[in-house]
Write a new protein. Sequence first.
Length: 949
Amino acid sequence: MDKTYQPEQIESRWYERWEADNRFAPSGQGEPFSIMIPPPNVTGSLHMGHAFQDTIMDTLTRWRRMQGRNTLWQVGTDHAGIATQMLVERKVAAEEGKSRHDLGREAFIDKVWEWKHESGGHITRQLRRMGASVDWSRERFTMDDGFYQAVQEVFVRLYEEDLIYRGKRLVNWDPTLHTAISDLEVENRDQQGQFWHFRYPLADGATTEAGRDHLVVATTRPETLLGDSAVAVNPEDPRYASLVGKFVTLPLVGRRIPIVADEHADMDKGSGCVKITPAHDFNDYEVGKRQGLPLINVFSRDAAILEAAEAFDLQGRPLDDVDPSLPAAYAGLGRFEARERIVADMEAAGLLEQVETVSNTLPYGDRSGDVIEPLLTDQWFVAVEELAKPAIAAVENGDIEFVPRNYENMYFAWMRELQDWCISRQLWWGHRIPAWYDASGNVYVARTAEEARAKHGLSDDIVLTQDEDVLDTWFSSGLWTFGTLGWPEQTEALKTFHPSSVLVTGFDIIFFWVARMIMLTLKFTGEVPFKQVYVHGLVRDGQGHKMSKSKGNVLDPIDLIDGIDLDSLVEKRTGNMMQPQKAKAIAKATRGEFPEGIEPHGTDALRYTFLSQATTGRDIKFDMGRLDGYRNFCNKLWNASRYVLMNAEGQDCGAEGGEVELSLADRWIVSQLQQTAAQITRALEEYRFDHASQALYDFVWNEYCDWYLELSKPVLWDDAASEAAKRGTRRTLVRVLEAVLRLAHPMMPYITEEIWQRVAPLAGPLSQTGGDSIMVQPWPVADEGRVDEDATRDIEWLKGVIVAVRNIRAEMNIAPGKPLEVLLTKGSEADRARLAANRLFLSKLAKLERIDWLADPDQAPLAATQLVGDMEVLVPMAGLIDKDAELARLAKEIDKQDKLIGGIEKKLGNESFVAKAPEAVVQKERDKLADFAATRKVLVEQRDKIAAL
RNA sequence: AGGACCAUAGCUCAGUUGGUUAGAGCGCCACGUUGACAUCGUGGAGGUCGGCGGUUCAAAUCCGCCUGGUCCUACCA
């Protein structure tokens, strides 16, 4: 083995091997365990969130597989409608200077597929780099044939049950992308805006109570004035009671619109009058519904002013009794330009009463970045009320459990106020809606055009045109857990692996995806999609900021694995920016943070860092320091293995039998291993990956390496040690390491496989279940019978003595290598026996020339002293003691004991404590008091002795 | 406006049902290359657990209020 751990040399090799050997496919035996990967965008690339999430899923998958479960990690990618279409549109524009409309629908879709084939392998290659043990033979895509079938089936069946309907509704319209988007795709941003107060003249000579001939309404959106269909006042408002039922003349337009009474109008705000524009505002739409007002649309699909308004009733039918004329001056103007003109014209007409500056929030499309416009359009909707009920119940009754629990509240809150889901998108890339129209606009929903004809008895000469729209991406990904398993066919896979065991996802996706999966899956399979949802936080940068291209703080997981030089990193962060003016600052910050670029760390170290930071219900600040630390940990494991191999390879490790004698250290480390196995298993069961990684780290570094390997040296290197003892120590070295590798494998798959290949043969014949890969070895099960408390106590004692001597060396400035003479005294018979049994260990680890028991403490020479329990460890130091320094140290120690003693005495002096606390707690305090007092006594004696010099 | 979560060492974080001498890693200080490892070893310094109040024999832990931070939902005529 190389002296230093070099991940790049082992990682790709092992992944290819595992894949070639089909190690990722379900075994077909044991209790099923399945995870469905949240499908990443097929043309995307792996970001830190993916890497984090994939690490968690892979750890669970490898662990369960080793436990003997029939394990499937289902992989696949999402077609991601808007994101992919935009990407390809940009590409086509850049390369060919054409828009998608220049190409036409069919040619454009071809381009998207081309791009998918070209770049779709990128993210799956990256997934492989992460070590993800997904079953590639079952890889799926949300637009593959199987999904096509599933989507058609679901749509048609929901339609047949009236759970899907089509209608003219107010939706969030993206004027740049020319499509409806869902509430969830709208991002609200705070802005400074203006608030214009306009006068609307009362018609027919009416006046207010105060005698004015106009009402005052205020708006942040003057351009929607053209579509007003009423002014509302509060029904309780005495100021306007007499005007309800009368009219105002809409300025600039001249339309007579009614004054209505509606609770939406707040008497305390502004004048108490509100303009009502049902076709351009969600609240007004509700008012319109209550008041039976016409919907007057004045915007085109580009959010420009129409030549003439379009008026509809609430069912979406055109209305002829509303005068559609609009002032010609505004026709074709964009909404913001129209706003300026209208404000100017109102002012010119003397109708602008006041302009305020206010802070308000505006809706932006999260993809286009354009301001979203509520717009009246024909769309398809899922009626969610009936679907939501069982979906809520499934979480309430525990069929689905969120980890951590508190996300259930978030889920309930959202599910209970669910609006119907607009599923149609005016895009080209996606699942076409299975609806056909005849020449007169009748709609036929069926799986295919043929089925539509058959079902409705339409002859072949009737021309049917398919709906132009596609479905929201989340409609198909909502079928992910069962669609990937072959539904609507009742496949073996579906029977075996559905419901899936756990969904691993970010909280930001609960509404988009988790909730909809639960609804659709329950509806179509009668089963929950998953039994548990493990919700993780967002991966942020070291300062806690969200990683984003525009902030220039993005880390690429692959760069952390392979390393990247500074210039490339700067180029990556500043190249191709939306706001190039930021490039300089980003370059500077990057050069400051990574003066040497980023070193290679390897996949295992990256995975370990994620796991150790994966604490529940909280975002993680990615810590480069920890990444370095865990790379070092890999190196530690690597070198410990080198030591084991150097001492075991070609030696008798007891695999072939032969007499075996186990040392205290052997029994102790085996005992500790049992506890570590139990801890890690429990931590994984509880999704506490941080605890699992911590337990392993502690065991490997602080116990196995720091103590056990050192304790093995005296046995292996001492000619006096018996062959049985050496065999026992070699066997323990090898077996414990082999078990550690298995415990570590789900977290750090590569290094463990690499080392295991060399260590496992030394541990004995490969197990029955396993083949020649650690991946298929059994998960270590803690054996209570091998927990050895005596050995643990003895080793604690041994450590105590060794640390005491090291302490004295440090304090007295004695070179670490200088051989010392040590005396032990004042201890019990047990201490004396321990000395006799561990003379060799003590001498080697503490670098002692000799160590003896001093029966009569009064004979003790002048010495530096440390305590181990009641026992004193003496390093005779005639003439070498720095009197003042030692007195100061002792004074400090005594002071510390005094504080401890004082605290306990106070407690024990409190009668209610003694009376009310459990006896065990009181006794514990008494024991501690005795200990501290004894320690203090020794310290005082020492002090007096030195003071007397 | 409503809700959620967070606040523990310089930094990133653990701390199970209240009882620990409040922990880890990184960083820092001192010392150290004998054959696993300087991506290392040994020893050490460093915390009034955000503040105030309450419950309790006992609070980092439970409750209330306050401050600071993050996020979600809603509203903004």
